[in-house]
Design a protein around this ligand. Structure first.
Ligand code: ADP
Ligand code: MG
Length: 485
């Protein structure tokens, strides 16, 4: 048996971890499952290039809660660690990274999501555990090791009994964190953070109903069997090529993302780029009403299939935060403040890429199926009008497909509208007056009078249209909006 001191100069780092990351305790599970996933993916790679001469098989990750023993187990069948690797990766690297990070980010650490990229990932276990054990056996032919640490910088390392390759992390859950032993809590966390991770994750068993055997009677119960309860979909739609997906796959994925959303999305945009940054994702245009109240089904941000946040402010242009779906990019720095994020070059590029893709998609819908586009206009106009107001680049593109409906139900683009009205509605100073109504019923008589004179009357009723009119008056030549009354 060996004992030693974890390489850290702060006397006891764990109170610091607890204090700084207080708001985010639950991410320990994401971190440990991420490590288990990494270990499995590394083994997959090593076997595929012939570096590791072992059978890769069909590895899964298992989460087990032992309520009585107050322990939570995270078990993987990945590459494992040798004794030297535990010394190197657990005793050295992680702590130096943590130390550096805590010194550097002392004042911003609290809500900036720092874990993972500074090597503090594994140690987040101490946010909920008073003692952590690692039992690990490398794929290399070396004895298994047990490492344990009780929250002081002293660790214990000794040989262990373990037949199969892989790593088991055992968390001895602290008194103040026993909620993390509850099935419902664990399921909730797994489905929040790990729902689309690339290696199957098992949490308990579930009962599956089998088809009735032939000749079974009407009221014979269907046979059942107990199977592993796999909580994730390792191959979510956004990781596939658009060419391999059909409309129904996109719809099914929407259901998977938002099980409580019963309305179908209007259309989707598949994002897929690997240069100059890497980003995949699927955005959906939901049916929007004029009610811009807080929405709870938001765009979700992932990194390599690990859920990070559903606050995409600064990454997705504001007018598109009303959309739904997923974006996944390893190139978005997560451990920084929002203001830093907005100034980050890669993030700016990502934001303008998303704007461009959305504009292109709208343009192609407009061009390829104008009738359908007109039918959807009422549900998507808020996003488009808001985008035209807030992003000049989007304005330039949307100017070609933004629609202006008339009280009679025709839809014109701006250019079509001007062409149509310029003779009848241009005054002696050469100014074209665009007439509109905001309420068909209340302004009925004015509308009729204007129409009798041969004027077109638009029906513009969205909440931000006033601002858009001002913007159009400022950017187009010699036009002015006037309400019919
Ligand atoms: P990071 O994942 O960012 O490298 P962590 O603190 O989460 O930082 O993990 C530190 C290191 O410990 C990992 O890089 C890996 O080498 C090792 N490690 C952690 N968990 C496992 C595991 N389940 N199997 C194999 N190695 C692991
Ligand atoms: Mg990690």
């Amino acid at each position: 048996m060996a004992t030693g001191k974890i390489n850290v100069s702060v006397d006891n780092i764990f109170p610091l971890i607890k204090k700084f990351l207080y708001s985010d305790h639950e991410i320990f599970l994401r971190e440990l499952v991420s490590n288990a996933t990494d270990a499995t993916l590394k083994l997959k790679h090593l076997t595929s290039i012939g570096e590791a001469k072992v059978e890769y098989g069909n590895p899964i990750i298992e989460i087990k809660a032992d309520k009585e023993g107050k322990k939570l187990h995270i078990i993987d069948q990945g590459l494992g660690m040798t004794e030297d690797e535990v010394k190197k990766y657990i005793n050295e690297v992680a702590f130096s990274g943590a130390e550096e990070f805590l010194n550097k980010y002392e004042d911003t650490a609290k809500d900036s999501g720092i874990i993972g990229h500074f090597g503090l990932g594994f140690y987040s276990a101490f946010m909920v555990a008073h003692k952590v054990e690692i039992i690990t056996k490398s794929y290399k032919d070396e004895p298994a090791v047990r490492w344990s640490c009780d929250g002081s910088p002293e660790f214990v390392m000794e040989p262990a009994e373990k037949e199969n390759r892989g790593t088991e992390i055992i968390l001895h859950i602290a008194e103040d964190s026993t909620e993390f032993l509850e099935d419902s809590k664990i399921s909730g966390l797994l489905s929040k953070y790990n729902k689309f991770m690339p290696i199957p994750i098992k949490f308990g068993m579930k009962t599956e109903t089998l088809p009735k055997p032939e000749g079974a009677k009407e009221d014979d119960p269907a046979p059942t069997q107990e199977v592993d309860n796999i909580i994730n979909n390792p191959n979510p739609a956004w990781t596939k090529q658009p060419a391999d997906l059909e409309a129904k796959d996109y719809q099914e994925f929407y259901r998977e993302l938002y099980p409580m959303q019963f309305e179908e999305p209007l259309f989707n945009i598949h994002l897929n780029v690997d240069y100059p940054f890497n980003l995949t994702g699927i955005l959906y245009f939901p049916k929007l009403t004029n009610d811009l109240n807080v929405q709870k089904d938001k765009i979700q941000l992932y990194q390599n299939q690990v859920f990070v946040t559903d606050n995409v402010e600064g990454i997705v242009p504001e007018f598109l935060t009303m959309l739904r779906g997923v974006i996944d990019s390893p190139d978005i720095p997560l451990n920084v403040s929002r203001s830093y994020l907005q100034a980050d070059g890669a993030v700016k590029k990502i934001s303008s890429y998303i704007t461009r893709k959305v504009a292109d998609k709208l343009n192609s819908l407009f061009k390829n199926n104008r009738e359908d586009f007109e039918a959807k206009w009422n549900d998507i106009k808020i996003v488009i009008e808001y985008g035209m107001l807030s992003e000049d680049k989007f304005f330039d593109k949307a100017d070609k497909f933004a629609l202006y409906p008339t009280v009679d139900g025709s839809y014109f683009t701006y250019d079509e509208l001007l062409e149509k009205i310029k003779d009848a509605q241009t005054d002696k100073d050469g100014k074209t007056i665009i007439l509109y109504a905001s309420d068909k019923e209340a302004q009925h008589s004015y509308i009729e009078t204007a129409k009798a004179k041969g004027y077109e009357v638009l029906l513009l009723d969205s909440p931000i249209i006033g601002h858009l009119m001002q913007k159009l008056e400022g950017s187009k030549e010699n036009i002015s909006f006037a309400r019919v009354d």
